[in-house]
Structures are given as structure tokens and as C-alpha cells.
Design a protein around this ligand. Sequence first.
Ligand SMILES: [Zn+2]
Length: 266
Amino acid sequence: MMRPSMSMFPALQDKAWLTSELASKSVRHIAKELGCSHPTVRFALQYHGIAILFKARRIPQLHDKQWLQDAIDRTQDTAALADELGCTTSAINRAMSRHGLPPLPPITMFPHKADNRTLIRLFFLHVEKTPTCWLWQRSRFQDGYGRLQYRRTTHRAHRFIYELIHGLLLPTVLVCHDCDNPPCVRPDHLFPGSGYDNLQDMVRKGRSLRGEANHHSSLTEDDVRIIRTLYASGARLQRELATMFSVNQTAISSVILRKSWGHVAP
Ligand SMILES: [Zn+2]
């Protein structure tokens, strides 16, 4: 019998379409494009009797040792790379071990139920205190900010510690560095940034920061400035910005890398 979740997505009922999609995409990738869950896609495959090939076969990059090594050096994070390629982290880990590449230290995860004091204590186990800055020693984002996982969400380390100590901030408030050193998590080097005119403007216009009631799909010059400010300050991840502005992550990344909207200053 067809599951209700499957009948909601007509594309999943088209065996020929699914087969052709699967030739070049992963299950997760297809699920993401359709906006359904990957178990739903898996169920549809089973329903049609379509076999899933070994993942690495469909992702040629994973066969290329040099490419993989470079990508790992660039992202320092298998989850981010998995997201980029549309495969699972285990597919990447398997490919790395096949090529004899050493595994990355796992992303630091904090226990779900710990209280703030415990979280703060655990946090500083991963920090090296230099006479000036205190540096996050575990995985980092491409832009140098510390990265950790707590309650199934990826956080920026400096914002995480600031909020642990001072309480949660509104999404419009940025956590900035006095020292301009992204991996620094020393609490007295961090301060909440506000007074960004464009941010206030955004709030005034009623744009939802959480992307709930926001369905426009093209960006304005104001959006571009907001995206760059939020990203540079470390307040938001590319993925979060994509949700916030209802565009895909590639669009956000092009804005940040100035591949698009290059004429917008700063
Ligand atoms: Zn510092």
C-alpha cells in the first residue's frame, strides 16, 4: 500500500522519473528538492522496486582522492561536505578510509540535558587560553569561527558561549569580537552588536528573521547588505540565511563571496 506521505508527492509515483533522478542524485538530494523527508523517498524506491546503488558510485568526487583531501582541508567538517554533495557523512567517512585519509576529529557535541554550568565547563575543555585570546580548538567553519553541535543544531562557538553566560539573544543581535579574531571565544572579547541600521530597518519592515511568512524568492540590495553583515559577524550560518530569505544556499554563498551582487557596497 502507498504511504500517505508518498501520495502527497506525485513525482514519487513516477517510477521512470525516480529512476532517472537516482542515476545522478542521492536520496537526500532528491528529498531536499521535493521538500519531503528522505525516508519517504526511500519508501517510494522500495515501493517501485528500485535498488539504491552504493552511494559513492553516484558521487564521482568521492573517488578522487585529491579532490576529497582538498575538500576536507577546506571544510574541516564531513557534515558540511555531505551537505554540499548531497550524501551522508558515512559515505564520506567510508570514502576517506578507502583512500587512506585520516579521519577528522568529530564535531564537538554537547549533552542535551546538561545545565549551563556543566555546558560552560565542558566548553572550556576545548579552548586554549593564550595571554590574549582564548581559541576554540575543535572544528571550525570555513571562515574560522568555532563550530559545535548542541541539541541537533550546529552553533558558532563564540555565540554559543556568549549566550550561555548572558542568556539567549534575539536573532537580530550579533555577537561581535573586540579582537577581530574569529576562533576567539574569550567572553570579555565578545560583545553584543546592535545599531545596524539595516537590521533595524529589516525589523521595521516586519521581515521575519525566522523565515516563517517570507516567501519572496529574489533578493534586494538591502537584503544583500543584511546577508553580508549577518554572515561576517558570525550571527548566522549560510543555511540559516537561506531560510531567512527564502533562497537556496548557493544564492547566499554567491552573495557572500561576491560572485553575485558585486556592485553592492560594502
Ligand atoms: Zn579575542
